[in-house]
Write a protein that binds this ligand. Structure first.
Ligand SMILES: *[C@@H]1O[C@H](CO)[C@@H](O)[C@H](O)[C@H]1NC(C)=O
Ligand SMILES: *[C@@H]1O[C@H](CO)[C@@H](O)[C@H](O)[C@H]1NC(C)=O
Ligand SMILES: *[C@@H]1O[C@H](CO)[C@@H](O)[C@H](O)[C@H]1NC(C)=O
Ligand SMILES: *[C@@H]1O[C@H](CO)[C@@H](O)[C@H](O)[C@H]1NC(C)=O
Ligand SMILES: *[C@@H]1O[C@H](CO)[C@@H](O)[C@H](O)[C@H]1NC(C)=O
Ligand SMILES: *[C@@H]1O[C@H](CO)[C@@H](O)[C@H](O)[C@H]1NC(C)=O
Ligand SMILES: *[C@@H]1O[C@H](CO)[C@@H](O)[C@H](O)[C@H]1NC(C)=O
Length: 468
């Protein structure tokens, strides 16, 4: 019964997401063993990913997308931007080779012109708007301008004073580009493409931004950020950044250009100076982001308005230079094996891989022992967990530490509650993991299907329903 309800719920969210918000995925290709385009498309289909962004307009890739139904955003790489922004003919030629040649077999829905040009390639800024206009007029000439939108993705760092969002504005020295760009987006019915990385906002905040706020974890009401001008409550960094963009546009009198988040994600591994690039944080961020976007909650400023978002990114890119974390943003390895199992639908049950169909709730490392003990007592008392396995002589007595016993009890509670959202928190001393904490004779609820009432069943029924 409850299973049926859950399935119906999933189906209704899936169809709502068709009209409303969608989640897409970025496909970077700096892998030493880049899968073939056919393999990429097979993975996307298996995972029911319907929207992708390419960083170029690779002909082999586009050919593989033909008749797949997948919506594709292609990109003009920064290297080609100067040429296109300086010559209408070059732009027309680009559109003819990279777009006109592939539609309608490939459903190209947008062209991302350059990538973070204002911050990454400032010397091309003066031609950015001409590039947008030249590309657009070539689409008009091909009668494709209504189905293919033209825009250019920005780093959110072009928005200054972004908290409180109501006081945010675009870096004024960029106005000569931003103002005509926004007018272009407005007059062509396009959208603002924004890259939103709460990971970097958190890293650069020197402790001002709490990790939970970056990860969409529930905050106590007294910790929620309130915009004193609007009295809007912000429960996560992502919404605050998107609203900062809306306010910055409104400041320039542009109020009808929607925001699409072209990149967002969290790395699962990094250098020693990136301690929060962990599997659990990456999983938490991406799972919560997907749920948040698909729920079409919108943002505090624009509740109910979809913020379509492309996750960064499909594959780990082992060839990317820079900080170690650059290589570990992917959801899948080159073989298409998920690097972690997202827990979606508020219930930890939508799965990428039916052999890793469970998540577990464990005590966090290095947290205050008194808080752990209090949470353990709560779980075994009011929380109604059967803690008899923890008694002396029972399988989970050893190791006899508060941390080990709390882990057992937290996980039992989490599984007892069907791995529901917010059931692995315990005042912040618990965390979700995909690694089975069972040891020796001590088998944890959810482990190997022994006591896991839900995970395995759903895993078998919905082995490939990864994104809804
Ligand atoms: C292409 O994608 C758009 C946007 O999602 C959709 O409205 C349209 O029906 C798609 N076209 C085809 C032929 O699938
Ligand atoms: C650019 O070329 C298109 C045709 O591809 C034409 O319609 C448009 O007027 C040209 N724009 C400029 C600014 O030359
Ligand atoms: C604003 O943009 C200018 C020009 O790109 C840049 O030099 C300056 O550092 C930016 N200001 C801030 C505060 O980011
Ligand atoms: C925005 O509109 C207001 C009222 O119409 C006007 O006073 C203001 O100058 C406009 N600002 C910009 C940047 O266009
Ligand atoms: C979805 O949004 C509604 C409000 O629109 C909220 O009550 C509900 O908790 C949200 N669900 C999730 C899973 O975020
Ligand atoms: C699931 O993951 C395992 C390893 O964790 C891998 O061997 C297997 O191929 C994956 N299966 C699918 C269907 O992705
Ligand atoms: C996942 O489900 C499969 C059945 O589809 C089951 O054989 C396997 O033991 C489960 N894995 C875990 C870790 O629970």
């Amino acid at each position: 019964m409850s299973l049926l309800v859950l399935l119906l719920l999933m189906v209704s969210v899936a169809s709502a997401a068709d009209d409303g918000a969608f989640i897409g995925v970025n496909i970077g290709t700096a892998l030493s063993d880049m899968p073939s385009p056919t393999q990429v498309v097979a993975l996307l289909k298996k995972q029911q990913i319907q929207h992708v962004r390419l960083y170029d307009a690779d002909i082999a890739m586009l050919t593989a997308f033909a008749n797949s139904g997948i919506r594709v955003t292609v990109s003009v790489p920064n290297e080609q931007l100067l040429g296109i922004g300086q010559s209408n003919a070059t732009a027309a030629n680009w559109v003819s080779r990279n777009v006109v040649a592939h539609v309608p077999a490939v459903n190209i829905t947008a062209i991302a012109v350059g990538s973070e040009v204002l911050t990454a390639l400032p010397n091309a800024a003066p031609v950015l708007v001409s590039a947008l206009k030249f590309i657009h007029s070539a689409l008009v000439a091909a009668n494709l301008d209504r189905q293919v939108k033209v825009s250019t993705p920005h780093s959110s760092s072009i928005i200054l004073d972004s908290f409180p969002p109501s006081q945010a504005f675009f870096n004024r020295s960029l106005d000569p580009v931003i103002v005509p760009m926004l007018k272009f987006l407005q007059s062509t019915g396009s959208y603002l493409m924004l890259n939103v990385y709460p990971y970097y906002d958190y890293m650069q905040s020197n402790g001002v931004i709490p990790l939970d706020y970056a990860l969409f974890r529930p905050l106590p009401p007294n910790k929620e950020a309130v915009d004193a001008n609007t009295l809007l409550h912000y429960t996560n960094v992502f919404d605050a950044v998107v609203d900062a963009a809306y306010f910055a546009m409104a400041y320039l009198n542009i109020t009808n250009v929607p925001v699409t988040v072209l990149e967002s994600g969290w790395p699962r591994k990094g250098d020693s100076n990136e301690p929060d690039a962990t599997v659990d944080n990456a999983n938490t961020y991406n799972s919560n982001l997907i749920r948040h976007v698909l729920n079409t909650t919108g943002t505090p400023k624009h509740p109910g308005i979809a913020v379509n978002t492309y996750i960064y990114e499909l594959y780990d890119e082992d060839l990317r230079p820079g900080a170690l974390s650059e290589k570990f943003w992917g959801l899948f390895d080159a073989n298409g094996v998920p690097v972690y199992t997202l827990h979606l639908m508020g219930s930890g049950m939508v799965l990428a891989n039916d052999t890793t169909n469970n998540t577990y709730c464990i005590a966090k490392d290095g947290v205050d022992e008194k808080m752990l003990q209090a949470a353990l007592d709560w779980a075994c008392g009011p929380g109604k967990v059967d803690c008899s396995e923890l008694l002396q002589g029972q399988p989970c007595y050893d190791p006899d530490t508060v941390e080990a016993h709390a882990t057992y009890a937290f996980n039992a509670y989490y599984h007892q509650m069907g791995m529901g959202a917010g059931t692995c928190d315990f005042n912040g001393v618990a965390a979700i993991t995909t690694t089975d904490p069972s040891h020796g004779p001590c088998k944890f609820p959810g482990s190997g299907g022994k006591n896991g009432k839900f995970g395995n069943v759903i895993g078998m029924l919905l082995p490939s329903l990864f994104f809804l």
